[in-house]
Design a protein around this ligand. Structure first.
Ligand SMILES: [Zn+2]
Length: 235
């Protein structure tokens, strides 16, 4: 550090210090406003990140968690605050089993159809609902409903320590097109380091195709040597 201090001044020294801080073991990188759509290891790597939206819901989230436990895969759950309030035990199960949390708003309203203040309040209410269910749990990401990103909500999410989270593989499982079609959507779009989008909510929707397709997708990824990774945090 003496050499660094002697040779780097001002912003340079601050950047070097920030880089050292960010790379310290156990220290989470700070969130940025960028919408990430690749794993922490990077696009092109032999990794994937599985992201699961719109839950929790008793029927489907439990089936997904059982599947992930069986396959020893860690995923990111993009949780709707309303559903966290209804099913707090499921949020706890997600956290207890080592998965990561993503804030997916309180009521699943697209931020581009809200005022900036409404979108911020929606995000904050969802964080509160998630924390009421799982006190102290880290919420690493924020995903805008329907991918309705605005500069304001990206900045606000980052200010709350949540990395805006996109995706690179849309399985379109929410259209319930059949297990084979969901699998083929994955097969067509997946490249190494990709972030896969699937759904486990809501309770009123039939996600049985999603669960079955997820099993096939995880088998295919494992057969091809891909391992699960975090979605990237840019910082
Ligand atoms: Zn959603």
């Amino acid at each position: 550090m003496k050499l660094l201090g002697a040779t780097l001044k001002g912003a340079g020294a601050a950047l070097a210090a920030a880089a050292l801080f960010a790379s310290s073991p156990g220290t989470a990188a700070a969130a940025t406003t960028e919408v990430v759509n690749h794993t922490a290891t990077g696009a092109g790597s032999r990794t994937f990140a599985l992201t699961i939206d719109d839950g929790p819901s008793p029927t489907w989230t439990n089936q997904v968690l059982d599947l992930l436990k069986d396959r020893q895969v860690t995923a990111t759950f993009c949780i709707i605050g309303d559903h966290a309030r209804q099913y707090p035990d499921l949020v706890k199960r997600i956290v207890d089993e080592g998965h990561r949390l993503c804030n997916h708003s309180m009521h699943h309203v697209n931020p581009t159809r809200q005022s900036p203040d409404q979108a911020r309040a929606d995000l904050q209410a969802a964080s509160d609902a998630i924390h009421a269910a799982a006190p102290g749990a880290r919420i690493d990401y924020y995903r805008a409903p329907e991918g309705g990103w605005t500069q304001d909500i990206q900045q606000y999410a980052a200010s709350q320590g949540m990395q805006p989270l996109g995706w690179s593989v849309d399985t379109r499982d929410w259209e319930t097109p059949g297990v084979d079609a969901i699998f083929q959507n994955y097969k067509r779009e997946f490249q190494g380091g990709g972030v896969i989008l699937m759904h486990d909510g809501s309770q009123e929707n039939d996600r049985s195709q999603s669960v079955e397709a997820m099993g096939a997708i995880l088998s295919d990824l494992a057969d091809n040597g891909y391992t699960d990774d975090l979605s990237a945090v840019i910082g």
